[in-house]
Design a protein around this ligand. Structure first.
Ligand SMILES: Nc1ncnc2c1ncn2[C@@H]1O[C@H](COP(=O)(O)OP(=O)(O)O)[C@@H](O)[C@H]1O
Ligand SMILES: O=P(O)(O)OC[C@H]1O[C@](O)(COP(=O)(O)O)[C@@H](O)[C@@H]1O
Ligand SMILES: [Mg+2]
Length: 371
């Protein structure tokens, strides 16, 4: 049995842990030959592959990025305006590949679902640091990103407190605010702004003003996709050839300017960017990635193709690839973590406290200085 592996879309801590688990499990349980496809679907387009054996995957568990390389625009069904998918399938067949394990986001899964029409077994493993894929409670890389942002908040808290400043930390999260929400809670942010909750700048300024008088500093954790009510997201650039060409970034700077006009405190913005995507995965992500990889190998061995490995109710399972392609899992407005945030007085950047119980609690509790 010869099985291919590719990684598609943006990189993510834990990709190498999946590559290692798939390779080891396939070699050890059924003596398969494993072939690494370089730079995502570009490797099938440009016919670049290399064998992966136990030695090739030794020592990569803890390494960030992907040893295979990746690509965020290579789509065989639309490559520089042409459909080259049949040639890609022919190349895969010429390599003797009976199946391909694809590790990627919603776009990679959409391509893979389509590619299965050529009779090559496709098994998907979800990756996204944004944790916004449908049907899986968790993706590896997310825990690492949250840890990086929480660490940044911890560091910025002491300088904010020393200088009596308002500190903004911008996280990744295009359409879903999971990173900002979890890291904001973990890092004790006073304001958490998500793409799902349009913000009101005057409400944010009001929180900062209240804190100016007492704690004398404010920590704001903002997802890059956050936008004002009635306004739009902050676009940093557009990437030619990308399916979703818009790259976000800079909302923290927009907020900095707007808050400076409303406050006497100094305001500083930090944009974490790709720092959240690099470096060694956390132990949680290494374990999740290994579980995903082993399950993908099991699906291959069982001949269960066109499926995506997922985490459901805490257990590893799989769903049809078609179910996840192109979809996004955003933070629901009734999510328990939003209630938790409100209950401890964290502002979501909207006027008033929508949760009545939380409102009563907020009115009753006298926050100690420095908290
Ligand atoms: N909805 C889509 N349908 C088909 N291809 C897509 C779609 N979205 C993205 N792609 C392609 O999928 C690949 C990467 O997307 P994806 O796996 O979602 O990773 P990321 O979200 O990190 O960009 C690229 O080749 C891109 O061109
Ligand atoms: O690396 P690029 O192309 O600048 O893309 C950045 C975007 O990718 C993301 O990191 C998403 O990554 P995922 O593909 O892991 O979901 C966004 O949060 C960010 O907006
Ligand atoms: Mg995507």
């Amino acid at each position: 049995m010869r099985i291919g592996i590719l990684t598609g879309g943006g990189d993510c801590p834990g990709l190498n842990a999946v590559i290692r688990a798939v390779t080891k499990a396939l070699i050890k349980t059924c003596g398969a030959e494993v072939i690494g496809i370089e730079d995502g679907y570009l490797g099938l387009i440009e016919q670049r592959v290399r064998p992966l054996d136990l030695r090739a995957v030794a020592g990569i568990l803890t390494r960030g990025g992907t040893i295979l390389g990746t690509h965020n625009a290579a789509n065989p069904f639309n490559w520089q305006g042409r459909d080259v998918s049949a040639q890609c399938a022919e190349f895969a067949r010429s390599q003797g590949l009976q199946a391909i394990v694809v590790i990627g986001g919603d776009g990679t899964m959409a391509i893979s679902h389509k590619f299965s029409q050529y009779g090559i077994g496709m098994v998907g493993v979800p990756k996204t640091i944004d944790n916004d894929l449908l049907h899986t409670e968790r993706t590896f890389g997310f825990d690492t990103a949250v840890a990086v942002v929480a660490d940044a908040l911890d560091r910025l808290q002491t300088t904010a407190q020393s200088h009596h400043r308002v500190m903004l930390v911008e996280t990744m999260g295009r359409y879903a605010g999971w990173i900002a929400l979890e890291a904001g809670l973990a890092g004790g942010a006073d304001v958490i702004l998500l793409p799902e909750v349009p913000y009101d700048i005057d409400a944010i300024a009001e929180v900062c003003r209240r804190r100016e008088a007492r704690q004398r500093f404010t920590l704001i954790c903002v997802a890059e996709g956050a936008a004002p009510a009635g306004g739009s997201m902050t676009v940093a650039s557009t990437v030619e050839g990308s399916h979703d060409p818009v790259r976000l970034g800079g909302v923290a700077n927009v907020l900095k300017l707007a808050l400076e006009q409303r406050l006497t405190s100094e305001v500083r913005a930090t944009i974490l960017g790709h720092i959240q995507r690099g470096g060694t995965p956390t132990p949680f992500d290494r374990v999740l990635a290994t579980q995903f990889g082993v399950h993908a190998a099991e699906l291959v061995r069982a001949g269960q193709f066109n499926r995506l490995v997922v985490l459901r109710e805490g257990r590893i399972a799989s769903v049809p690839l078609a179910d996840v392609a192109g979809g996004i899992r955003t933070v629901p407005l009734d999510h328990p973590l939003l209630t938790v945030a409100r209950s401890i007085g964290v502002s979501l950047g909207v006027a008033g406290v929508p949760d009545v119980t939380a409102q009563r609690v907020a009115a009753a509790v006298d926050e100690p200085a420095g908290e």
